[in-house]
Design a protein around this ligand. Structure first.
Ligand SMILES: Nc1ncnc2c1ncn2[C@@H]1O[C@H](COP(=O)(O)OP(=O)(O)OP(=O)(O)O)[C@@H](O)[C@H]1O
Length: 607
């Protein structure tokens, strides 16, 4: 166990890097020509699979177009070589960019149409590849393939096959380092957030369309690199290499290795290439094998080998006493650190209406919430409370009426733009992406603040380090406030419900919102947790934030709210301070179901 602790104290990238370097020096140990070729083909397949992992595993978008990007890269490099541009760095750059462009152009229509459209358009793209190559037969060599490719050069010198092995392995190592930098960054967490739920993603300021397109297009880049390398191995490119069988092999390697894993792509590709792909008899039945594997693998091996490795790691961690710091929130309210000022903005909902078909969910409903105050929105089930929150956040467009944050009208704006105006929210059912730590989940709330480009992130430029330090500092501060800082490295989704609700509050305050919308944040909590939450909400109010609280716990509402707005059948039936609302006969009958003369409470109300 001491050895395991030592292994776990090393940075996570050390072992993959060591494996990469080992591969680099394999020829020193006498690598046969056949094996050297297989290792190169495994690296090439791993590059293609890594692109699918990014779009499918991280961004949650099933898109099978990698085979087409791979073809685009291979033909680009091949044609460049024939035209006399044999420099491998130039070929890799241009092929990667061409594949990226193919990704963007083919991704836009598929993503615009939504749902399964991208899966369908990318699938048809792969089926069309041989035909597209045939149509441009004069340039591409059509079905006979593209021959006449010259040996690649580097700085004017021809690269022999031994040195080309090094080129392939170095490109793979560099790309995997880039991909790793991307997925562990705030952009990687943003991809996971998007995969978890587009609604959640836009509520923290992520543009769903842009992020999905980025995931798909960036995934195309390594496929382009792989194509350029492939064209230079055999110095011949034929359309058969990029067909449906290859696309299925990529998907099978992705599922086998684990889609939500950077190195799973390399492992899946290596097993696929060094195992079944070697035999020519296998090639004959490849599609049947891949099809069967996808059905079985998808069911029996969900998460792939990467998940198996993660489970084994977790077991060893537990055995070595590296986890299990408890899942209770830390001490009570009095120990909570003071909150920085959080100046709110007035929220005005002015006569909004919304109908779903014939169902009038909201009917000229208005509400005003002031900075430094808690406005509770209550009403029976189906009265339109969540619809109201969804309209404030931009998820629904009102049929009529206005919504203002300060002086800015936000009705009709996209949710990520409303989030950019300072509106943050929690969800009725806590919505937290899979596979991220508590700290990462909270820090993801800052995505729309302190922007940093993906390029800065993968190259680890100073701006990336500055923003990352701020993300961590703010997330730690928010965790301290909600009392979860001792759980910062735990898996966020593994926390019990109460902790997840507190985590959501931390995530929503980390970007210092102007308006905070809390949707049934106390439901399912025990008394201690409700007490703790109430203290936290008061603290947020005292810091100056504008808070709208949708809540069924009437006692909590009476204890917390400065103003209560009561909805029934989409209309505001009462509005006022708790002392008034708790005696309002209409509220008592419509919301609490109390018949006026029958109860003491109602007696008070009518007196
Ligand atoms: N996306 C939708 N499509 C169709 N109808 C909807 C949609 N969202 C809400 N509704 C309907 O609008 C009405 C108001 O629903 P809403 O969820 O806003 O109520 P609520 O007050 O939040 O209820 P609860 O307390 O149960 O969460 C309901 O009749 C509901 O069925």
């Amino acid at each position: 166990m001491a050895l395991w602790r030592l292994i776990r104290s090393a940075p996570g990238w050390l072992f993959p890097l060591a494996a990469g370097l080992l591969m680099l020096f394999l020829p020193e140990f006498g690598l046969s020509f056949a094996l050297s070729r297989q290792v190169q083909l495994a690296c090439i397949l791993a590059l293609v699979v890594s692109g699918l992992n990014l779009s499918l595993g991280y961004a949650g978008e099933l898109a099978l177009g990698q085979a087409a990007m791979y073809a685009a890269g291979a033909y680009t490099a091949g044609l460049m070589s024939i035209a006399g541009y044999t420099d491998i760095v130039l070929q890799l750059t241009v092929s990667g960019l061409v594949a990226l462009a193919v990704g963007i152009v083919t991704g836009i229509p598929g993503l615009r149409l939504g749902s399964w459209s991208l899966a369908m358009t990318s699938f048809f793209l792969v089926l069309l590849v041989p035909d597209i190559i045939a149509v441009f037969g004069e340039t591409t060599g059509g079905r006979n393939g593209l021959s006449g490719i010259e040996p690649a050069t580097l700085f004017g010198e021809a690269i022999d096959s031994d040195r080309f092995y090094l080129v392939v392995v170095i490109v793979a190592i560099l790309w995997f380092a880039v991909l790793r930098n991307l997925v562990v960054s705030r952009h990687g967490i943003a991809f996971r957030t998007l995969k978890q739920s587009p609604v959640l993603a836009s509520s923290v300021g992520i543009s769903v369309f842009r992020m999905k397109l980025l995931g798909y297009a960036i995934g195309a880049f390594p496929a382009g690199l792989a194509g350029a390398l492939f064209a230079n191995i055999d110095m011949y490119v034929s359309p058969e290499a990029f067909g449906f069988t290859f696309a299925t092999a990529v998907l099978a390697a992705c599922i086998l290795g684990g889609a939500t894993s950077v190195y799973g792509a390399a492992v899946g590709a290596a097993i696929m290439q060094l195992g079944p792909n070697q035999s020519s008899e296998f090639q004959q039945y490849a599609l049947v094998f891949y099809g069967g594997f996808l059905i079985l693998g998808g069911v029996l091996l969900s998460g792939g080998l990467a998940k198996v490795a993660k489970q084994a790691t977790a077991r060893l961690d537990r055995a070595a006493g590296l986890t299990g710091r408890g899942t209770r929130a830390r001490p009570g309210d009095t120990d909570r650190p003071a909150m920085e000022p959080m100046p709110g903005r007035a929220l005005v909902v002015d006569g909004i209406s919304k109908a779903f078909g014939g169902n009038q969910a909201l009917d000229s409903a208005s509400l005003r919430a002031e900075p430094g105050s808690i406005t509770a929105l209550i009403g029976p089930n189906g009265s339109g409370k969540t619809t109201m929150l969804n309209m404030i956040c931009g998820f629904y467009r009102p049929d009529s009426g206005r919504i203002l944050i300060g002086d800015t009208e936000v009705q009709g704006k996209a949710p990520e733009r409303v989030a950019g105006c300072g509106v943050a929210r929690t969800f009725q059912t806590p919505d937290i992406p899979d596979g991220v730590t508590v700290l990462e989940a909270v820090a993801s709330g800052r995505y729309s603040t302190d922007r940093v480009s993906m390029l800065s992130t993968v190259l680890r430029l100073p701006r990336h380090h500055r923003v990352r330090a701020a993300d961590i500092a703010e997330a730690e501060r928010a965790l301290d406030v909600v009392g979860l800082s001792h759980l910062r490295d735990e898996t966020a989704t593994a926390l019990p419900l109460g902790m997840r609700r507190l985590l959501e509050v931390a995530r929503s305050v980390v970007a210092e919102p102007r308006v905070l919308l809390l949707d049934e944040v106390a439901s399912g909590l025990d008394e201690d947790e409700v007490e703790r939450l109430a203290g936290l909400i008061r603290q947020l109010r005292d810091a100056g934030c504008t808070i709208v609280l949708v809540e069924h716990n009437f006692r909590l509402v009476l204890a917390l709210a400065d103003t209560i707005v009561v909805l029934a059948q989409g209309r505001v039936i009462a509005e006022g301070p708790p002392s008034e609302i708790e005696h309002n006969p209409r509220v008592l009958s419509e919301y609490l179901g109390v018949v006026a003369e029958d109860t003491e409470l109602a007696g008070e109300a009518t007196s």
